[in-house]
Design a protein around this ligand. Structure first.
Ligand SMILES: [Mg+2]
Length: 271
């Protein structure tokens, strides 16, 4: 292990790995080192796998295709986007006939449609808000008026910004903040660091929280959310978190690893 790596994860009892993707498996459009070896190891040891992303714009099928393109085998049920978790939440809290208004892209629209929910801006009892790169004032106005009339306000994820090649761009959390400012109503937020996505992931792969490790690169979403849900946590330094931030943050993962090969070494050594 490199000197940036340390671990207090009981690997011998870990039966499942929940992966964040960007900054863990790839960065921008580049696959990170050691991914193929790591998945071969998990398969060899019959470790269950799930993928959890706060992205609500892409569909599950798009992720299956992207993972497969990188040589990572994945089935649709293993992929939990914040759109999937939001639709799951809606399914458990509202009848399918409940009319909705959605600010968001294909991922959240498709996930809700699969449970039978329909969009009706005139009758909507719930306003669902996710990342929408075609956001307009008119959409914000509809959402604000509906919430003002008593519609519930649900956000797919609270990420305020995300990196693009030119710099930092506004994310779903910025849209939520604008609507909250207009309505004085705070949204129910589903994505990491809330526990809903982890609960769905563990239920689908059939393990308990203490049998699972979350492998992520962002302290305030991946690591904090997994801790709240009761999973062990492995912070990867291949994404947005620097070694300095990993050391000084109030949020401390059970293990910190420079890269996936370092995590593999630590896991193999514990078996
Ligand atoms: Mg990430």
């Amino acid at each position: 292990m490199t000197q940036t790596s340390r671990s207090l994860i009981p690997f011998a009892s870990i039966r499942a790995a929940v992966f964040d993707m960007d900054g863990v498996l790839w960065r921008a459009a580049t696959l990170l080192p050691g991914v193929a070896e790591f998945f071969a190891f998990l398969q060899q040891h019959d470790i269950q796998i799930a993928f959890a992303t706060n992205n609500s714009t892409s569909t599950v099928e798009a992720y299956v295709k992207k993972l497969s393109g990188y040589g990572i085998p994945a089935e649709p049920h293993q992929i939990i986007t914040s759109a999937v978790a939001t639709a799951n939440y809606m399914h458990h809290h509202y009848p399918a006939a409940t009319p909705l208004y959605i600010i968001g892209e294909t991922g959240i629209r498709q996930a809700l449609a699969e449970y039978g929910f329909v969009v009706d801006p005139d009758q909507a009892q719930v306003v669902i808000v996710g990342m929408d790169r075609e956001l307009t004032y008119a959409k914000m106005q509809v959402a604000t008026l509906l919430i003002g009339r008593g519609a519930a306000f649900i956000g797919t994820n609270g990420d305020r910004s995300f990196p693009i090649p030119e710099g930092i761009a506004p994310g779903s959390g910025s849209i939520l903040a604008a609507i909250e400012a207009a309505t004085d109503v705070a949204p129910i937020v589903i994505g990491k660091p809330e526990t809903a996505m982890f609960d769905v992931a563990l239920e689908r792969i059939g393990v308990t929280p203490e049998q699972a490790v979350m492998i992520g690169d962002r302290l305030e979403t991946d690591i904090l959310g997994a801790q709240r849900a009761g999973l062990y946590t492995a912070l990867m330094l291949t994404g947005v978190t620097s070694p300095e931030l990993a050391a000084s943050s109030e949020i401390q993962a059970n293990g910190v690893f420079a890269a996936l090969p370092d995590l593999l070494v630590a896991w193999e050594a514990a078996l």
